[in-house]
Design a binder for this molecule. Structure first.
Ligand SMILES: Nc1ncnc2c1ncn2[C@@H]1O[C@H](COP(=O)(O)OP(=O)(O)OP(=O)(O)O)[C@@H](O)[C@H]1O
Ligand SMILES: [Mg+2]
Length: 290
């Protein structure tokens, strides 16, 4: 981890435990004591984010950091708002009428609020993988190439290069290299999910969002995806929702615990799991709740 990231995250941790508005407080502290933030230590920063499905207020003043090239796990009981939060990052809610956001998700290094950006542009930059693998009814190659073509990558050799790189990145190359032009539906469920990860990785997204990517998979396929995440964790910024506490503890660097639409706790994964600051987090991770 870069030094500036360490410092920034340490500040965030300190403030999370002492202030209900960690980021505002962090900013004040930084203003008072200018800290050179030369490199983009954070890839994104959620600040006082609210979200409504019609009249239903679902996310309530959520603030959390997304550290660059690290894995952030979002945990919490069913219905607490994990998927809703994830879908704010790629503005998927904008596809349906009546949904409303307030607050910010600041993207770094350009320091822009993605809630105010064009949703189509945001979706080109933030990749997402869902619980159930959803390959397109196309070949393995075309599944991965699709996102590249949309972004204007058309040269045959460049496309091949980028498809191979993404399939290797998703640990699927060895199993797929001799059947690149076969239908993606011929792959197993676990292979299809790695294909979806390759498809999302190919355009080199700013952030890769994973919503319970292993919950529909068997233990062997799950282990492959977890291995893959441990490889990706230093090169790609990942936000993953998981119900599996062991998985969150194994694969993430930071953990955010949500309860009833609010972010209760955010911190270094090891600390959240060993010395949670909130009794609510403690009850959840020890299985007393949820
Ligand atoms: N499209 C929607 N329209 C209206 N309400 C919704 C919609 N999607 C989710 N909700 C509600 O918003 C709340 C948060 O749902 P969300 O799917 O974010 O929870 P979650 O933490 O991801 O749960 P799970 O672990 O079961 O996937 C729930 O009360 C849910 O019923
Ligand atoms: Mg969900």
């Amino acid at each position: 981890m870069r030094n500036s990231t360490k410092t920034r995250v340490k500040l965030l941790m300190n403030e999370m435990t002492s202030s209900p508005h960690p980021f505002g407080a962090t900013r004040q502290r930084q203003d008072a004591q200018p800290e050179p933030v030369s490199a983009p230590a954070l890839r994104a920063e959620v600040r006082n984010l609210d979200f409504w499905y019609g009249a239903t207020h679902t996310l309530k003043s959520v603030s959390m950091a997304v550290v660059d090239c690290k894995v952030t796990a979002v945990i919490g009981a069913s219905g607490c708002g994990k998927s809703t939060l994830l879908r704010c990052f790629n503005r998927m809610h904008d596809l349906y009428p009546g949904n409303r956001y307030a607050g910010e998700i600041q993207l770094y290094p350009e320091d822009r609020n993605l809630i105010e950006m064009d949703p189509g542009m945001v979706r080109l930059r933030i990749g997402m993988v869902f619980q159930k693998p959803n390959p397109f009814p196309k070949s393995i190659f075309e599944n991965v190439a699709a996102g590249l073509r949309v972004r204007g990558v058309n040269g045959k050799s460049l496309l091949y290069e980028r498809v191979e790189q993404a399939l290797r990145g998703a640990a699927l190359w060895d199993e797929a290299k001799d059947r690149l032009h076969d239908s993606a539906y011929g792959l197993s469920g676990g292979q299809q999910q790695r294909l979806c990860i390759a498809r999302a990785l190919a355009p080199q997204p700013d952030i890769l969002l994973l919503d319970e990517p292993t919950s529909a998979l068997d233990p062997i396929a799950t282990a492959k995806i977890e291995d893959l995440l441990t490889v990706l964790r230093n090169t790609v910024t990942v936000v993953i929702v998981t119900h599996n506490m062991q998985q969150a503890a194994r694969i993430s660097d930071f953990t955010a615990y949500m309860h009833l639409g609010k972010l209760v706790e955010y911190g270094v994964t090891e600390k959240v799991f060993t010395t949670p600051q909130s009794p609510l987090t403690n009850d959840y991770i020890t299985g007393r709740f949820g």
